[in-house]
Design a protein around this ligand. Structure first.
Ligand SMILES: Nc1nc2c(ncn2[C@@H]2O[C@H](COP(=O)(O)OP(=O)(O)O)[C@@H](O)[C@H]2O)c(=O)[nH]1
Ligand SMILES: [Mg+2]
Ligand SMILES: [Zn+2]
Length: 301
């Protein structure tokens, strides 16, 4: 029986992109499928990103017969088997927002996804790229993969295209950082709306928009979803926050007190690493900020 990947789910239909010889075949048309009753009895709700087995019916449509076990499952956006979270932050317009970047990273660290940080609109840098180079080095030191791109000059887009092949990625980032322009640059003919228009339409419609995987060739699929940017820390316990700052780990192990919050305790090795410049002050400041935000939130319930 044929197999494929669900690229869209809408009004009770699943749109399945067929596989051939067990590889994702891009450029093929999707098959509009209903879910078989047996899935409901097995309590399986197919998700976008699911690898499914389906059969063709007489009317040119199909039936999803079974869903392969998931490698991962994101709740927001609801996508299965995401391999990579791509965080897009522009050098300017809007300005680089490290607070938001660290917030995204905390959230993703907690989800177990791989992360790629893309610093976009490099052509707008007004300091010969110094600030961008600093941010790149900072996050690489922490252990993240960072790419620098410009959709104007095309810099970095080929590397990014290669990085996205062969799996499902989720793009996240503020409105206007250049996500759609970047995807258009990578995939000729994709034709995503960009700029003012998409900004205006995007506002206030975040919750109702459905998720859809874009076929970007060579087995790569991308979900470009604004929903991912609405982050809160509801699911995360304040005790777990420091583990989401991965560069704290080697120091946190050596703190004098078990359950050290790394805020004021004597013998805190995270604080002494900060003082010795081994932990970036922006990262530590954001840790403190998020910690207090989480405490405040708890108090309010
Ligand atoms: N100078 C410059 N402008 C860009 C670049 N990428 C996108 N833009 C502009 O930034 C605006 C927002 O881009 P868009 O792709 O819609 O952002 P999105 O909301 O993240 O999808 C548009 O006016 C684009 O033309 C870039 O690399 N350099
Ligand atoms: Mg866009
Ligand atoms: Zn400590």
């Amino acid at each position: 029986m044929p197999e494929g990947i669900i690229v869209k789910a809408l009004s009770g239909y699943y749109y399945v992109k067929p596989f051939q010889e067990n590889a994702i075949v891009t450029g093929e048309d999707t098959v509009q499928c209903r879910g078989r009753g047996i899935l409901k009895r097995k309590e399986i709700t197919p998700l976008v990103g699911d690898h499914v087995i389906y059969s063709l019916t007489e009317n040119g449509e199909g039936m999803v017969d079974d869903v392969h076990p998931r490698e991962s499952e994101l709740i927001r956006p609801p996508v299965a088997n995401v391999r990579l979270a791509v965080l897009v932050f522009s050098v300017r317009e809007p300005d680089m927002n490290l607070n938001l970047l660290d917030k995204f990273l905390v959230h993703i660290e907690n989800s177990g996804l791989k992360v790629l940080i893309v610093l976009s609109k490099q052509d707008l840098a007004d300091d010969a790229g110094e600030a961008t180079a600093y941010v790149k080095a900072l996050y690489e030191q922490v252990g993240y993969e960072v790419m620098v791109t410009s959709s104007l000059t095309g810099a970095g887009s080929e590397d990014l295209r290669k990085r996205l092949s062969g799996g499902i990625s989720v793009f996240a980032g503020q409105s206007g950082v250049g996500k759609s322009t970047l995807l258009n640059r990578i995939v000729p003919g994709l034709g995503l709306e960009t700029g003012e228009i998409s900004l205006r339409l995007g506002r206030g419609r975040h919750t109702t928009r459905h998720v859809e995987l874009m076929d970007i060739g060579e087995g790569g699929f991308v979900a470009d979803t604004p929903g991912f940017s609405q982050l809160d820390f509801l699911e995360l316990g304040v005790e777990e926050l420091s583990t989401c700052f991965r560069e704290f780990a080697p120091y946190a192990e050596q703190c004098k007190f078990r359950g050290c919050s790394h805020l004021h305790e004597p013998g805190c090795q995270v604080i002494s690493a900060l003082e010795q410049g081994e932990i970036a002050s922006s990262r530590y400041e954001h840790y403190k900020l998020f910690y207090n935000e989480m405490k405040d939130k708890k108090r309010r319930y």
